[in-house]
Design a protein around this ligand. Structure first.
Ligand code: UFG
Length: 335
């Protein structure tokens, strides 16, 4: 099967019902694309698929993937579907390699067979492990320290090989700390279980949790808590649209860091959330979480120069503020 006659403005989005996937579907629709969400809904949400059709299926199900490819004849694929919990990946690495690597390989083979040669991959800062320099340049050594990061590194390697062997054109986007919510309130972060700092802090502010545990205050950072580069999910979404345009020009296997280039500490995030929500957030000091690098800050100059990407919501206030609006609106509806 070869999709010689593909629909240029149709894009397959695996994990389109997820957090970054759904925001990207919105960005695609705003740029005139039709996103086809392909999601098994194990962690994704049908209610977040608003900007194109939903097809339910697994990335590792070659027959189902080909069926969907035949039905819509997309010109490219943006691949978000995957497991994302670092801690779980350490306890159950097989699950991560099975889904994130084997599943992706099945998807890639199906795309190749169908003649879909454009691929955007949802990668992560986790590919760097504990970096040697800060901010981290895109050509820093890839030395992941957990199976989640390793699974992302392996797929980036596969994409390089598929580019060389088959001419597949791909872009890997290495997200730093994705955060915030759609400024219009149409999508947001709905992980279950939730492990990320900002949504947990907001749950504490809204009273859904009694407090927030700070994982370690004895790092070599100004206030002793870890520094992270929080990047607005809408800015990440926009980078996927730019990457799609880039693969149209024939790039083979290029990777980009996506971050604001500024680190905020865990305590700074909590204080800013208190200011924005007007609520006191009780803090419990806990021990370090295994596998947490002290500082993760991006040097995104390659994305700025080559993709023409620039964050539109770089402020921590905008990031926490949009997330807070999304949570508090849902909380009001649920009550
Ligand atoms: N943190 C707490 N308490 C919590 C949750 C988090 O103190 O209850 C701290 C963490 O220790 C870390 C910071 O808040 O210092 C941010 O933690 P997140 O869990 O929100 O995000 P991570 O930095 O662990 O994760 C990010 C990406 C992953 C990537 C990882 C690489 O979301 O995709 O960086 O280390 F794998």
């Amino acid at each position: 099967m070869h999709l010689v006659d593909s629909n240029e403005k149709t894009v397959l989005v695996t994990g389109g019902g997820g957090y970054i996937g759904s925001h990207t579907c919105k960005a695609l629709a705003e740029s005139g694309y039709t996103p086809i969400s392909y999601d098994n809904l194990s962690t994704g949400h049908a209610e977040l698929v608003k900007w194109g059709p939903l097809e339910v299926g697994d990335v590792g199900d070659a027959k189902r993937v080909k069926e969907v490819l035949e039905k819509y004849r997309p010109s490219a694929c943006i691949h978000f579907a995957g497991y994302i919990q670092v801690g779980e990946s350490v306890l159950n690495p097989g699950r991560y390699y099975q889904n994130n690597v084997s599943g992706t390989l099945v998807l890639l083979e199906a795309l190749l067979e169908s003649g879909v040669m454009g691929f955007i991959f949802s990668s992560s800062a986790a590919v760097y492990g504990t970096p040697q320099t800060s901010p981290i340049p895109d050509d820093h050594l890839l030395t992941p320290i957990n199976p989640y990061g390793e699974s992302k590194r392996i797929v980036e390697g596969i994409l390089g090989d598929f580019g060389t062997a088959h001419g597949m054109r791909s872009v890997s986007l290495r997200y730093f700390n994705a955060a915030g919510a759609d400024p219009d309130g149409e999508s947001g972060e709905l992980h279950d279980p939730e492990t990320h700092l900002i949504p947990l802090v907001l749950q504490a502010a809204i009273g859904k949790r009694s407090d927030i545990t700070v994982f370690g205050d004895d790092y070599g950072t100004p206030d002793g808590t870890c520094l992270r580069d929080y990047i607005h999910v809408t800015d990440l979404a926009r980078a996927h649209v730019l990457a799609l345009e880039m693969i149209g020009y024939g790039v083979t296997a290029r990777a980009f860091n996506l971050g604001n280039g500024k680190g905020f500490s865990v305590m700074e995030v909590i204080r800013e959330a208190e200011r924005i929500t007007g609520k006191r957030i009780p803090v419990v000091l806990g021990g370090r979480r295994r596998g947490d690098p002290p500082v993760l800050v991006a040097d995104s100059s390659r994305a700025r120069v080559e993709l023409g990407w620039a964050p539109r919501y770089p402020g921590l206030d905008e990031i926490i503020g949009t997330a807070w609006r999304f949570y508090s609106a849902r909380e009001t509806v649920e009550k």
